[in-house]
Structure formats: C-alpha cells, structure tokens
Design a protein around this ligand. Structure first.
Ligand SMILES: *[C@@H]1O[C@H](CO)[C@@H](O)[C@H](O)[C@H]1NC(C)=O
Ligand SMILES: *[C@@H]1O[C@H](CO)[C@@H](O)[C@H](O)[C@H]1NC(C)=O
Length: 288
C-alpha cells in the first residue's frame, strides 16, 4: 500500500521557486540532485530487501544512489561526480534508514570514479560511472548487502509498458524531510519516441524513460540519481534526470539505458581487477 509519507516533490515548491527564480529556466533539464527530495508516489520497502542499493555520500551527506555490481564495484550516474574529488566520497551499503547506526551498514571509501568517457553534461548522454575497485576495500556480501545483475550484453531495453521499480533515499535538501527509510516506486517503461516528444526532441540514444501507470505522480526525484531502475531483477536503468516537478507526466523520468553500456562496464572491471588507480581530478579515467 502506498505510504502517506510519500508526498510529491512539488509540495512546498512555490517557496523554493521564489528562492531560486533565476535558476528556473535551467532547471527544466537539470539532473535531479538538489531539487525536491525523494522517490514519489512510492512506499517504504521492507528493510534490506534491496541489498544492492548503495548510498553515495559526500562529506557525510547522502547525495546519490547507486548499486553494487561486484564486491568492489558500484555503478552510479556520472553527473553525481562532476567536479568532485572522489576522495571525499563514501559508499554506504546495507542501509535502510540512513541516519540510524544500523549494524548491517558497511562504509567504504571511494578512491576513484570511472566516468564514461563520452559522458556529456549538457545533454546527459552516457550518464554512467563506476566507483570501483575505487572502493578502498571489498564489500562483505550477506543478507543485507548483495549484488544486482546487469542486463545481458546487447539486450533490448524493456518494452514500453513493462513494470519496473526505482528506489532511493531522496535528498537532505533544506526544504524536505528525509524519508524514513529506503523508498521505492513502481513505474512503467515509456517508449523512447513518445518520451522524446515530451522532452521536445532533446533525448539522446541509450536513454530509457518511465512514467506513472495511473494518474498518481510516481518516479524519482533529487538525490535518487544513480540508483537503479530494476526490471525483471536486472538493472536496466540508472536515474539520470527529470523535469522541474518530480513525477510530472509532461517531463517523464529519464534513465541511462544500462544495456547499452554492459560491454563498457565489463571492460573496465576486467582491466582493473584490483580496482583503478586513483586518477588525477579532471582526467576521465578508463577512457579506453
Ligand atoms: C576506507 O575508507 C573509509 C573512509 O575513508 C575508512 O573509514 C576506512 O577505514 C577505509 N578502509 C580501508 C580498508 O582502508
Ligand atoms: C529525439 O528527437 C529529435 C528531434 O526529432 C531527434 O533528433 C533525436 O534523435 C531523437 N532522439 C532519440 C533518442 O530518438
């Protein structure tokens, strides 16, 4: 059942709009990351039932999601790591309520971020990165910490209408409450052409869209970035960007289409079985 706490990100939006009038135009294509707060139209999951979920923190604050692919590799979105020294980042695994000192939590350092060499901030194309081997030690797999599978290499993206789920912890924005625990929404895949029309032709290949299956707003919001869209138990999408109002059907949620990056991911993982060497800031690592 839907939790009454899962309110839309638009609530309270007027106040925020007034505070950021100058930024409004750019927000239309802005990745979620500092606007609104949480998975919307969703519900709290059973604690630790999504053991692959990672909370990525910068200076102690959750700012993006991700998922555990291998004991030393987390997949997330490249836009989360722009202009950021990854050595200030931490990955928290095994969490449900982020502010609680849960015994299941494992905190790992990030020593390198391998962003896709063709990531384009202006269009959000190829918005994917690997935190990996960059994790300074190995996750210990168990009931609360586990791996999520990629789609098979070359797999087609899920068809329009496929039911998937997206989870995240939302943000610690000044304007929104924290969710009580990991939240998740059920969403349906929207055909890329229809989605591209809604986005007035601004979408690039290797993107995937979802929308709500009914009139309720559902989807991701700020600080859910990098988290997986799970369809048939595989990570088919990574939260990339949405419109000004979270869950707004006029601007469907857009994800990185993971199946287009499966060989890139395995190339990076195989080349760096013990993890990447720390890369100097500004130099895209793994640009193979
Ligand atoms: C990894 O990094 C975290 C955060 O910086 C630190 O607390 C932990 O001790 C480190 N672990 C190892 C094995 O270096
Ligand atoms: C979206 O539409 C624009 C304009 O028609 C087109 O140039 C672009 O290739 C389309 N994107 C995708 C992913 O189909």
């Amino acid at each position: 059942a839907a939790s009454p706490t899962a309110m839309g990100c638009g609530a309270g939006g007027r106040g925020r709009l007034l505070l950021t009038v100058a930024a409004v135009l750019t927000l239309l294509t802005r990745p979620p990351g500092s606007w609104g707060a949480r998975i919307i139209g969703g519900h709290q999951v059973t604690p630790h039932s999504r053991p692959y979920m990672a909370s990525v923190r910068f200076k102690g604050e959750h700012f993006c999601g991700g998922f555990l692919l291998r004991a030393r590799w987390v997949v997330s979105a490249a836009h989360c790591f722009r202009d950021r020294d990854p050595r200030a980042d931490l990955v928290v695994l095994g969490a449900h309520a982020l502010r609680v000192a849960e015994p299941t939590q494992q905190v790992l350092g990030v020593s390198a971020v391998v962003s896709h060499p063709d990531y384009q901030p202006a269009t959000h194309a190829n918005d994917i990165c690997l935190l990996g081997g960059g994790l300074n030690s190995s996750a210990v797999l168990g009931p609360a910490v586990g791996l999520l599978k990629l789609p098979r290499s070359g797999a087609r993206p899920p068809r329009a209408g496929t039911l998937c789920r997206v989870a995240g912890w939302g943000s610690v924005s000044d304007f929104e409450d924290q969710p009580p625990g990991l939240m998740e929404a059920e969403v349906r895949v929207l055909g890329l052409d229809a989605c591209n029309r809604s986005w007035t032709g601004r979408l690039k290949p290797a993107m995937l869209c979802t929308h709500s299956e009914d009139s309720q707003r559902r989807g991701f919001c700020s600080a859910d970035s990098g988290g997986p869209l799970v369809c048939r138990n595989r990570a088919h999408g990574l939260v990339s960007f949405s419109g000004l109002w979270c869950g707004d059907p006029k601007t469907p949620d857009v994800y990185t289409q993971v199946s287009a990056f499966v060989s890139w991911i395995w190339d990076v993982v195989r080349q760096r079985p013990h993890g990447p060497q720390p890369s100097p800031p500004g130099v895209p690592a793994g640009a193979a």
